[in-house]
Every structure is written in C-alpha cells, then in structure tokens.
Design a protein around this ligand. Sequence first.
Ligand code: HEC
Ligand code: HEC
Ligand code: HEC
Ligand code: HEC
Ligand code: HEC
Ligand code: HEC
Ligand code: HEC
Ligand code: HEC
Length: 503
Amino acid sequence: MKKISLLLCLGIFLLPAVNSPAADISISEASSECIDCHASVHPGIVKDWQNSRHANIAPQDAMAVEGPARKVSSKNVPDNLKGTVVGCAECHMQRPEAHADTFEHNGYEIHVVVSPKDCSTCHSQEDEQYSKNLMANAYDNLAENKLYQKLQRSIIGTKKRSKGRIICGPADEATKAEACYYCHGTKLKVVGQETRDTEAAGELEFPVIEGWPNQGVGRVNLDGSLGSCSACHTRHAFSIEMARKPDTCKECHVGPDVPAFKVYAASKHGNIYSAMHKSWDFSAVPWTIGKDFTAPTCAVCHVSLLVNGDEEVVSERTHQMNNRLPWRIFGLVYAHPHPQSPDTSIIRNKDGQPLPTSLDGTIAVEFLIDPKEQDTRRKSMQAACLNCHDSSWVKGHWQRFENTIQKTNGDILIATSIMGDIWQGGYADLETNPFDEAIEKKWTDTWQFYANTIRFASAMGGGGDYVVYANGRYHLTQAVLEMNDWLNLRKKFDPSKSKGIKQ
Ligand code: HEC
Ligand code: HEC
Ligand code: HEC
Ligand code: HEC
Ligand code: HEC
Ligand code: HEC
Ligand code: HEC
Ligand code: HEC
C-alpha cells in the first residue's frame, strides 16, 4: 500500500503546475489511503481530482495570495486542513456529525454527498452569496408552492382516462427526479443501509439515499444545506473554466420556457463566442476584458469578476447573481421586478395566490424590489457592457428591452382576460387545476413559452429570430387568436353559460 501511495504522489509531482511554483505538495494520510484503493476502483474520479487545483495547492499557499486572484475566500481555515492539499478525506470527511449519510468506510467516517457547507470551509463567500440566489432555493420554490405543484402535475403527473376526461394525478418519485427536479434539485433522504460485495475491499456497508444521484441547483442536502456546487463545477475537476462556458448553463437554461442558451447561441455575442473562443483564456483570474475574451458568455454578464486593461475591477464576482437583475423576466404570469427574497414560496399576490403578480397584472409590491433597488442592479449589469460598448448603445438596447417587458405583459393581459372569461363561463375548471385542460395549456403557452422567449431574446440577444418566428411574437399572436375563437365558438354553442361574460 505504502509503495503505491508513494508512486501516486510522485505522479502528482510530475503534473504540470497549474499555479505559481507550488510549495511541496503533501497529501494527508487519510486521503493517501482513499487514493490507494480508489485509483483502481474509480480511476476516472482519481484522475479528475489529480488534474484539479485541489490536488495541487494547499489552502495555506492559496491563502497567501492577495487581491482578486485569491481563490480561497474564507478568512480562516482550520489548522488541520491548511497544510495538505484538498484530497478525498478533506471533503468527504468534513463535519461528519452534520451529515445524515455519514458511515464507517475502511476505518474512516465518511459521507457521500459533499455539500456547499463543506465547500464553505474554504469558500465561505461563494456559499454565502449562493444562498441568496433563487437557484439555492429552487426545490422549495417549486415543491412548497401549491399552485406550481398543480402546474407540475399537469405536465408530469400520472395520467388516467375517466368519464371522457384526462386526469393528471401526482407524479411518482422517479419521474419527478428526472423531470422538474433534475434541474431544481431533489430532496435527499437516507432510507436504509445496504451491503455490497466489492472486488477491491470485500463486503462493505453503504447508506441508501433517496433522491440520489442529483446535481440540481437547489438540492436539499443531508446536512440540511441547499444546492449543489457541482451543478456548475462538476466533480472532481471543480474548474472555473467549465463554469465560464455557456454549455454549463445550457444544461438547464435551454428549454422553450427558459431559452437563455438558445437566444444566446443565436446572438452576436454567441456568434463571436463560437467563432473565437478557442483563442480565449477561460482559466485566468482575474479575467481581463479584451485580453482574455472579446465577447461575453453567460458568466461574464451574470457572475464574473472582471478587470479592465489597468487591472481595475469593473464587476465584482457574484454567486448571488440577482444583484445584477432588476427584473424577473420569467413570467409568473407577468414579468415583474425581482423578488426580494430568494425563497419565492412566501410570496402572496393581492388575491392570496402564491404568485408575484395577480391575474389582472397587479404586482405583489411588498414582496418585490423597489425602483431604487432596480436602478442599482441595472447599473451593476450595465457595468459589464460599458467596457465593450458606448453608453448610447447600452441605453438604446435597454430601452428596447424594457419596452418589450411592457408589450409582452400587455399581450399576456389579453390572453389572461380571455382565459378569465372561459373560467367564468364555466367552459373550463379553474378550481381543481387551472393548467390541466387543453385550452388552459394554450393559455399557459402564451406566458410560459412565447412571452418568455421574446423577453429572453430581447434581454440577451437584442432581438432576432426568437422575438419573432422561433417561439416568439408569431406564436403568441396565433395563440391569442385561437383562444379568442375557442371562446366565441363555445359561447355560440352554449349561450346559457355565457351570461357572466361581459363582452
Ligand atoms: C480498501 C479500499 C477502499 C478504501 C481505502 C476507501 N474506499 Fe471508498 N470505496 C471503495 C469501494 C470498493 C467502494 C464501492 C464502489 C462501488 O460500489 O461501485 C467505495 C465507495 C466510496 C464512495 C461512494 C459510496 C456510494 O455509495 O456512492 C465514496 C464517497 C468513497 N468510497 C470515498 C472514500 C474516501 C473519502 C476514502 C478515504 C477516507 C475511501 N473511500 C477509502 C473502496 C475503498
Ligand atoms: C473538493 C471536494 C471533493 C474532493 C477533494 C473529493 N470529492 Fe468526491 N465528491 C465531491 C462531491 C461534491 C461529490 C458529489 C457530487 C454532487 O454534489 O452532486 C462527490 C462524489 C464522490 C463519489 C460518488 C460519485 C459517483 O459518481 O458515484 C465518489 C465515489 C467520490 N466522490 C470519491 C472521491 C475520491 C476517491 C476522492 C479523492 C480522489 C474525492 N472524492 C475527492 C467532492 C469532493
Ligand atoms: C479545505 C479547503 C477546500 C475545500 C473544502 C474546498 N476547496 Fe475549492 N479550492 C481550495 C483550494 C486550496 C483551491 C486552489 C486555490 C488556488 O489555486 O489558488 C481551490 C480551488 C477551487 C476552485 C477554482 C478552480 C479553478 O479552476 O480555478 C473551485 C471552482 C473550487 N475550489 C470549488 C470548490 C467546491 C465546489 C468545493 C466543495 C465541493 C470545494 N472547492 C471545497 C480549497 C478548498
Ligand atoms: C431543464 C431544467 C428545468 C426543468 C426540467 C424544469 N425547470 Fe423550472 N426552472 C428552470 C429554470 C432555469 C428556471 C429559472 C428561469 C429564469 O428565471 O429564467 C426555472 C424556474 C421555474 C419556476 C419559477 C420558480 C420561482 O418562483 O422562482 C417554476 C414555477 C418552475 N420552474 C416550474 C417547473 C416545473 C413545474 C417543472 C416540471 C414540470 C420544471 N420547472 C422543470 C429549469 C428547469
Ligand atoms: C442544474 C441546473 C442549472 C444549471 C446548470 C444552471 N442553472 Fe441557473 N437556474 C436553474 C434553476 C432551476 C433556476 C430557477 C430557480 C427558481 O426560480 O427557483 C435558475 C435561476 C438562475 C438565475 C436567476 C437567479 C436569481 O436569483 O434571480 C440566473 C441568473 C441563472 N440561473 C444563471 C445561470 C448561469 C449563468 C448558469 C451557468 C453558469 C446557470 N444558471 C446554470 C438551474 C440551473
Ligand atoms: C450556477 C452556476 C454555479 C454554481 C451553482 C456555483 N458556481 Fe462557482 N462559479 C461559477 C462561475 C460562472 C464562476 C466564474 C466566476 C468568474 O469568472 O469570476 C465561478 C467561480 C467560482 C470560484 C472562483 C474560482 C477562482 O478561480 O477564483 C469558486 C471558488 C467557486 N466558484 C466556488 C463555488 C462554490 C463553493 C459553489 C457552491 C456553493 C459554487 N461555486 C456554485 C458558477 C457557479
Ligand atoms: C450580454 C450579457 C448577457 C449574456 C451574455 C447573457 N445574459 Fe442572461 N441576462 C442578461 C440581461 C440584460 C438580463 C435581463 C436582466 C433582468 O432580468 O433584470 C438577463 C437575464 C437572465 C436571467 C434571468 C431571467 C429572469 O427570470 O429574470 C437568466 C436566468 C439568464 N439571463 C441566464 C443566462 C444564461 C444561461 C446565459 C448564457 C447562455 C446568459 N444569460 C447570457 C444579460 C446577459
Ligand atoms: C467583452 C465585450 C462585450 C461585452 C462585455 C458586451 N458586449 Fe455586446 N457586443 C460585443 C461585440 C464585439 C459585439 C459585436 C458588434 C458588431 O456587430 O460589430 C456586440 C454586440 C452586441 C449587440 C448586438 C447588436 C446587433 O444589432 O447585432 C447587442 C444588442 C449588445 N452587444 C448588447 C450588449 C449588452 C446590453 C451588454 C451588457 C449586458 C453587452 N453587449 C456586453 C462585445 C461585448
């Protein structure tokens, strides 16, 4: 065992240094043991880790770096973790008492699910900021909202055909985990123990974890913490390069409801990225505008620490992200000022529904940010643009974008007033589930797909195909016309029901 361990250590020494001359690389005794065995059990995992910064720099050396290049944001790191590189044990053995999945494994108390709170020991700022991001709360934001649960059921529920109707019941756990909660994150739970007969180490006991595997952004972890840092920094490379590339965000921000990647890929910025990114530097920290890259990726506008040619910081890094977002352009059902709290399950509109806007378009003001805060956030987003664009370009772009928010909200008001008449006339059932009939789906499409697509393309692409023909205004207009025809036809065939309808 000792011999293999020594050879492996030498292997690590020979890796190209990824940082300034690393002092001596020492691995803790516990981690050497994990590696001895796991190098043959999981060569993929061990190699990824060996190529990572974690395998090459000990916290005490990383903490000696001052200024924007510093990667370990915690002011204090426990002494026992400072002197060795960040190995298997330094992550999988942290805070054993906090993790419900802690188990005895070849003489060590380890847990499987390394959580943001574990990373926080060395990266406290990222963890603190991320907890204020909607993403960290994405599980509860969906699972604890009664109305969104109805939407969920209408899409992924188990279907039954009964008395001429299609009924959507609750979805099963396996479907939920690979559908909505693939992105939003599952709630993990230890539900038992199992014994596996392994080739490397004979019979071993492991916890059985419900909701696992999952890398959703709001995963509820076994220490109670929220989120999965590996949503953007996959284990065991945990690289900044990957997080800065748009493909990472594409995994979740691509569908017709949230088409950020699609509109980006079809934008001028996306075009420059795909033509030129091979010559860009995605690992440099700090990231210099113009030198390391020439057009923005998702990270540049939403997350990154940016410096100009004089090494002056023009945008601070933010894992909170919404401190650069004045609006919520994802319509629920209208676009609205950004919510104050990342926990949206607490929001109630004036009609008592758990929505940030009412069906008549009134916003739930006391839960949303005020115009002053919107202005601060607008400026922090625009701080990035102004390094590559003149102020008149940015102002012109922003005016069109905010005009699009007004116009699309106006169209959704019309679609929703038709839907209101349909409910009022008794042609569809609002109470049981406002999303599960064909005509309700058509209405849902207007705000969930078309208005969203138009706003996303306006915000992040400056217009183009996605504001018109590709799930844009063309489809929105057509859906509103069809809803209107549908209502008129019903009124004609069943006039007795249309008494309550004004027009
Ligand atoms: C003597 C060999 C051996 C040693 C030493 C060892 N492991 Fe393992 N480990 C295994 C085997 C075998 C498995 C099961 C692989 C499988 O089921 O596919 C495993 C599984 C795991 C799992 C996944 C458990 C799951 O259910 O998903 C983690 C995490 C893990 N080991 C971490 C560690 C850490 C951290 C150390 C060092 C503190 C360590 N191991 C030391 C052999 C070893
Ligand atoms: C920087 C922290 C960190 C280090 C260092 C680390 N891990 Fe992990 N490991 C994680 C995280 C995080 C996950 C789970 C991914 C997630 O959050 O979804 C994980 C998951 C695993 C799993 C289960 C993954 C699977 O696909 O079954 C195994 C096995 C494992 N680690 C073994 C190791 C071994 C062996 C080492 C050392 C070579 C190591 N880890 C080093 C953070 C770490
Ligand atoms: C014990 C301290 C420690 C823990 C725990 C830890 N890290 Fe790190 N992390 C470091 C050090 C040290 C570096 C390298 C710093 C350097 O290169 O200057 C680093 C670097 C990084 C980087 C930058 C990589 C790059 O390509 O520039 C990321 C991203 C990162 N860690 C994420 C995580 C995540 C996610 C977790 C939890 C799963 C985690 N770290 C756990 C100490 C830690
Ligand atoms: C492919 C990833 C993905 C899947 C699958 C997914 N979502 Fe989402 N969801 C997102 C993203 C991304 C956002 C944020 C959109 C934005 O703000 O631009 C979001 C936001 C939401 C919100 C707003 C929550 C709030 O209050 O902030 C609701 C509601 C929602 N999704 C419902 C669902 C339902 C229901 C399902 C399953 C039928 C689902 N999602 C499946 C990625 C996904
Ligand atoms: C594993 C899925 C997943 C990945 C990967 C992902 N996101 Fe998200 N993102 C979500 C979901 C889900 C939400 C909505 C959460 C909610 O509304 O409750 C969201 C919300 C957001 C928000 C709104 C945050 C806020 O507080 O207003 C931004 C901005 C965002 N994502 C940007 C990004 C960027 C940039 C990347 C890539 C670097 C990325 N996301 C990667 C799933 C993901
Ligand atoms: C939604 C995607 C996303 C998630 C989730 C995420 N990050 Fe990041 N992270 C990024 C992006 C993008 C960057 C690059 C920022 C930049 O360019 O300045 C980054 C950068 C970092 C860095 C800086 C590395 C360096 O080289 O200076 C660290 C450390 C880090 N993240 C840790 C974490 C930790 C810890 C978590 C979990 C609490 C986490 N991240 C969750 C997207 C994410
Ligand atoms: C040129 C800068 C820029 C780029 C590049 C960019 N975005 Fe955006 N993004 C914006 C602007 C501007 C907004 C609207 C601001 C607001 O909502 O207040 C926005 C809004 C968002 C939102 C919030 C949606 C909501 O519900 O309010 C998400 C999520 C998002 N972008 C994800 C992404 C992803 C993923 C990528 C890469 C595929 C990306 N963005 C690329 C500028 C950018
Ligand atoms: C790193 C530099 C960089 C940053 C940062 C940047 N852009 Fe750009 N942007 C460019 C370049 C280069 C072009 C291509 C100009 C051309 O077509 O010649 C461009 C094109 C555009 C276009 C396309 C106009 C058209 O009609 O095709 C819009 C709109 C735009 N940017 C808006 C923004 C906004 C808004 C921001 C900030 C949220 C921003 N940009 C941030 C470099 C940048």
